[in-house]
Design a protein around this ligand. Sequence first.
Ligand SMILES: [Zn+2]
Ligand SMILES: [Zn+2]
Length: 631
Amino acid sequence: MKKLLSVLLVFCLCLTFALPAFAADGGVTVDSAWSILVPAQPTQYENFAAQKLKTELSTVFGKEISVVSQASGNYIAIGSASGADISKLAVNGYRIQVIDGNIHIGGTGVRGLQAGAYRFLEEFCGRKVYAYDCIEMPAADSITVPADTDISYEPFFEYTDTDWLSPCDTEYSLSNGLDGGTYRSIPAEAGGTVNYLGGFCHTMGTLCETEAHKESDPEQLALHDGKRTTDQPCLTNPDVLAIATANVLNILEQRYDPQASVQIVSVTQNDNQHYCECDRCKAFEKSHGGVPSATMINFVNQIADAVKAAGYDNAAIDTFAYQYTRQAPEGIVPRDNVIVRLCTIECCFRHTLDDSGCSRNKKLMEDLNDWSKICKRIYVWDYTTNYSNTCIVFPDFGVIQRNIQVFYEHNVKGVYEEGNYYIRSCNTEFGELRAYMISKCLQNPYCDYDAEMKGFLNAYYGPGGEDIGKILEMHLANTGTHLSIGESPSASFSFTNKEIAEINSLWAEAKSSAQNDKQLERITRSELSWRFWKGSTGKGEFSLLNPERFDEREKLFEDFKAHDVRMISEGSYDDYLDCLCVRYVTTNEWNMYEADESGAQTRLSFGKFFESLVPFLSFYGLLYKLFGVAP
Ligand SMILES: [Zn+2]
Ligand SMILES: [Zn+2]
């Protein structure tokens, strides 16, 4: 607390000396005497932006700010009441300007103006929404806006989405620029969301009604390995195209919103490799680069034409470049209203996508380059979690920003960063930090990444944030080979005993400097990832040489339950909770020795027997004490 007070004091002193300097430079001082100016008949977007500024500024100044349609003093003008020239701004952009000593905020599209209001609060009031339960906004008598302020912003992406905890929150999404409709519900006046209508992925079977035509029209089914299969449709069959087109138009007829910035209908392959190999499909592929994406693009192009002809101007048809369709075709170009969604599932996340030294990412970069030559509307489905060992740290913090920059620099217009979507049942590592860094990079791929991270760590964890920053650095510096989204704990990190001891003491220091229970809970929760890694690899207190390792495992198990961790990997809800051998197997094996698993009883008996021998092996404990955290 003392430290915080002294920081605040220094800050206040600086402010006292800085203010007159600013004023002398012609800076604009905004205080509670100002009002928010809206047009006489404001739109829902203008209303929303004005009310947002009113609420937050009233809190900052501790005094009610009014919204007016006729200003008598200084004002912040909103939307069409503002003099900011936004005629050259792209859709959903904004401009914040100081004109004649007043502030003007204008915006385009359905969410530009509101985003401008949020930017004003962040830029000039220091309002940061780090997490749904971690919002910073310092109180002040006044704020200073430099007189030459002229901020223009155009969205880098038309669609941004990620999972995790806070990104599902509306206020967080508005502050940090997330607009995809899968995980959040943003009201229309705030700009709404970019929605996938009728399914997010793998919609082909449903749209083509493959199952229903199985008996009557087998030629509509894919011919794979010499047999017709409902796994995929035959994409060059005109009847299949007619059925899918009718279904897409039907979805649009029911859910089309002409006010939305973009609406998307997903026409994406089912999740298997059984694409059609009939003579017609093969011939089409052969004349278009010899790749299965050729028939796919040809198919969705025709649906996209029908959608456009029907007048759905802001609707787009989305398809995958995934597994067998990842390579771009030749001699055929996706229509402007076609989205090609490229998936990075096979990639390495230790190295950036454009790291030419990474053999795993080379092919994806080639594909991205090829697609970017023919497609102006690429979306990316990217991955940011270890799905097999979700509880340990996924050390991708060194690639998040560059990868999003790479996307932006290659015609990527939408990004879905798939994360730990089951975090509510599996929240142990740095999920909220990662969600924030992803959101900020999607909002601006060239943001000050280190400053954002530092800001988050200090706000979220308190003074211990500095130690946690060092812990993270050590995790990132511990470079092994490549990093997949299913990496084992031992392949993820290989810390030496010295490093382990250092990280242990950093965690201890972070906990001891917590100023309140909330900070302590967050630190303890993130530390679970470290303990779980040690428990998975037999390091530190989980070492084979430590006679107390059995108790340590039990203790971690109890702490997991106390933090409501119900999963340790994807798709394993509640699985590990009935593990019979908690004390006797490495922590990442808890899923493998549940009560109903064969072999669990034998393992339990063996474990118990071995534990009973420990008192007779006292030299073990001695070795542990002598060599610390060995082996
Ligand atoms: Zn076919
Ligand atoms: Zn790599």
